[in-house]
Ligand binder design. Structure first.
Ligand SMILES: [Zn+2]
Length: 500
C-alpha cells in the first residue's frame, strides 16, 4: 500500500517558490513527476483558522476557530485555543482510526498531543514550553526538538541571530521526523514547519525590490531565497527517509506577499457616511483625545521615516492605550456606532465590518438594508483614478454558512493588496503604514500545493481548495469518508480528468 508524506510549510508562497524553483531541486523533481501550483486558501488566510481547516476539512464557520495572532499586541504570547474543536477530528485521527500508522510532528496548536496509532509530537504555540509526545515514550530514544514556539519578535539588531536560530530549529525538527520515519512503521507522516512564515514576516522587505522600505543589497538580501534552499534540503532528507513508495504533498496554509505599505482607514469611511460616531464633539484642537491620537500617529510616522521602528514598537508597549486606539473605541463611541471596522483580520487587506443589531433595533432600522448599504458604500469607494479600493465585499453568509458563522463580522471584504485595514478616524482615507519595516511580509490568499510522484493519477482542477486537503490525504491512503471521492484533489480515476 502507498505511503503518504504531508509537509506543511506555513506561509510558503507559490509566486516565490516558482521564481526559485532552480534552487529547489527536490521540489522541482516532485513537481515534474506530479503537479505544482497554487490552491485557494480559506478566508481569512490566517494560520490558525487555515491549519485547523486543513486538519479537519471544515471551514472556519464549521469549526468555529477564527483567532488570529497580532504580533503587536501584548499578551499574544499567552495564546491558546480550545483544541476540543478539532482533537480527534483531524485527517491523522481518521487515518489512525482506519488502521493506518501515523507520524505527526508539530501540527499548529494541536497541543498537548493526543493518543494516535503511531506517534504525535507537538509543543505549545506562542510560549516557550516543553514539547510532548503521545503516546508517552513513542519517540523511542530520540531527542525531541523544541516544537510549537513562535516566541521571537526580533529587533533589527537581532535579525541575524534570529535567522540562524530559525534555520537550526528547522533542521532539528526535520531530522527528528526523518529519524522517526526510519525507525518506525508508518503509512502517513505529517510534519509542519512554521518557520517559513516567520522568515517571510521579518525579511520580506530585504528580498522584494518593490517594497518601499527595501534597503538595497545587503546582508539580508538572500535570506528568503536561502531559506527556500534549506526547506528544499529538508524535503530531500524526508524523501531519503521515506523510501520509494511514498507520495509527497507539500502544502501551505496561505501564501505570502508584501504586507500592505498603506492603510485604509475604514472607520473614517464609516464616519463620513454616518454609520459611526466620533467621540470628538466640538473643536478638535480642544480635545485631549484627538491630540493624543494625533501625537501617537505623528510619533509613529516620524520613527518610521527615520528607520527607528524598534522604538515605535517599544513605544506601543509603553502606552497601554495604544491597543484601545487601534480598536477604535478610543476615538469613537462604541455603543453609539451602527457599524465599525472589525479587528478580526488585523492590518491586512482581508477584514470585516461589524453591524450593531442593537442599534438597528433601537433606531428601527432594517438590519439587511443597513448591511446592503454598507456593502454598496465599500464597493463604490474609489481612489482618485476611479479604481475601487475593495476587490469584493459580501454578507458573511455568502462566504461560509456553518453553525459558527456569527463569529465572523457581518460583512467580509478584501481590499486591493497594497491596502491594510486600519481603525483610525479624523484622518485621510489612506495613510502610510508606519509599522511596515517591523513586519514587512503579510499573508496572501492562495496557498501552495505540490504533489508527486503521481504516476497515472490525475488532478481535479475544480477541487483545488485547501479545504479539500483532508479528503485528498485520506483518498491517497485508500480511506473512504463521506465525501472523499467527491472532494479529493487527486484522483485515480482517469475518466474524471477534465478535458483539455
Ligand atoms: Zn500561516
Amino acid at each position: 500500500m502507498r505511503k503518504v508524506v504531508v509537509v506543511g510549510l506555513d506561509g510558503l508562497d507559490w509566486l516565490v517558490v516558482s521564481s526559485l524553483m532552480d534552487r529547489m531541486p527536490v521540489a522541482s523533481s516532485l513537481a515534474s513527476k506530479g503537479w505544482a501550483g497554487e490552491i485557494e486558501a480559506i478566508f481569512p488566510p490566517d494560520s490558525i483558522p487555515s491549519w485547523i481547516s486543513i486538519f479537519t476539512g471544515l471551514d472556519p464557520s464549521m469549526h468555529g476557530i477564527l483567532e488570529s495572532v497580532d504580533y503587536f499586541k501584548k499578551g499574544a504570547k499567552q495564546f491558546s485555543v480550545d483544541t476540543g474543536a478539532f482533537k480527534g477530528r483531524t485527517f491523522w485521527d481518521a487515518a489512525s482510526n482506519a488502521g493506518k500508522k501515523v507520524i505527526v510532528v508539530n501540527p499548529l496548536l494541536a497541543f498537548p498531543p493526543w493518543e494516535v496509532d503511531g506517534v504525535m509530537a507537538s509543543g505549545p504555540v506562542f510560549i516557550s514550553g516543553s514539547t510532548t509526545v503521545a503516546p508517552e515514550g513513542a519517540a523511542g530514544g530520540l531527542e525531541v526538538p523544541p516544537l510549537g514556539g513562535i516566541v521571537d519578535f526580533p529587533e533589527k539588531k537581532e535579525l541575524a541571530a534570529f535567522c540562524e536560530k530559525t534555520k537550526t530549529e528547522t533542521l532539528a525538527i526535520t531530522e527528528f521526523t526523518a529519524r522517526l520515519m526510519e525507525t518506525k512503521e508508518w503509512d502517513l507522516t505529517f510534519l509542519t514547519l512554521l518557520t517559513t512564515d516567520r522568515i517571510f514576516h521579518f525579511f520580506w522587505r530585504f528580498f522584494d525590490r518593490e517594497d518601499p522600505t527595501w534597503p538595497g543589497e545587503g546582508e539580508f538580501s538572500d535570506v528568503i531565497p536561502d531559506f527556500h534552499e534549506l526547506i528544499d534540503r529538508c524535503v530531500g532528507r524526508l524523501v531519503e527517509a521515506a523510501g520509494d513508495d511514498a507520495i509527497f504533498l507539500l502544502i501551505s496554509d496561505h501564501g505570502h506577499a508584501m504586507r500592505p505599505p498603506l492603510l485604509f482607514n475604514l472607520n473614517q469611511l464609516l464616519l463620513d457616511a454616518g454609520f459611526l460616531e466620533s467621540r470628538i464633539k466640538g473643536p478638535r484642537l480642544f480635545s485631549p483625545r484627538y491630540l493624543l491620537d494625533r501625537t501617537k500617529n505623528a510619533v509613529l510616522e516620524t520613527l518610521h521615516r527615520l528607520d527607528l521602528e524598534d522604538l515605535a514598537y517599544r513605544f506601543a508597549h509603553i502606552f497601554p492605550w495604544t491597543r484601545k486606539l487601534k480598536k477604535s473605541d478610543f476615538m469613537t463611541e462604541p455603543t453609539a456606532n451602527l457599524a465599525t471596522a472589525s479587528s478580526f483580520g488585523g492590518t491586512n487587506p482581508f477584514g470585516g465590518v461589524e453591524i450593531s443589531q442593537e442599534r438597528c433595533r433601537t433606531d428601527s432600522l432594517d438590519y439587511e438594508e443597513v448591511r446592503s448599504r454598507i456593502i454598496d458604500l465599500l464597493l463604490d469607494t474609489k481612489d482618485d483614478d476611479g479604481v475601487p479600493y475593495f476587490l469584493w465585499a459580501k454578507r458573511r453568509e455568502e462566504v461560509y454558512e456553518g453553525e459558527y458563522i456569527e463569529r465572523y463580522p457581518d460583512i467580509l471584504y478584501e481590499l486591493r493588496p497594497e491596502f491594510g485595514t486600519s481603525w483610525s478616524v479624523h484622518l485621510p482615507l489612506v495613510t502610510i503604514n508606519p509599522r511596515h519595516r517591523k513586519i514587512s511580509g503579510g499573508h496572501r490568499k492562495n496557498s501552495v500545493f505540490i504533489a508527486g510522484p503521481l504516476d497515472d493519477m490525475s488532478i481535479r482542477e475544480e477541487n483545488l481548495l485547501s479545504l479539500n486537503l483532508y479528503d485528498t490525504i485520506l483518498s491517497l491512503l485508500g480511506i473512504d469518508g463521506e465525501n472523499t471521492a467527491l472532494r479529493s484533489i487527486i484522483t485515480d480515476d482517469r475518466s474524471s480528468r477534465p478535458s483539455p
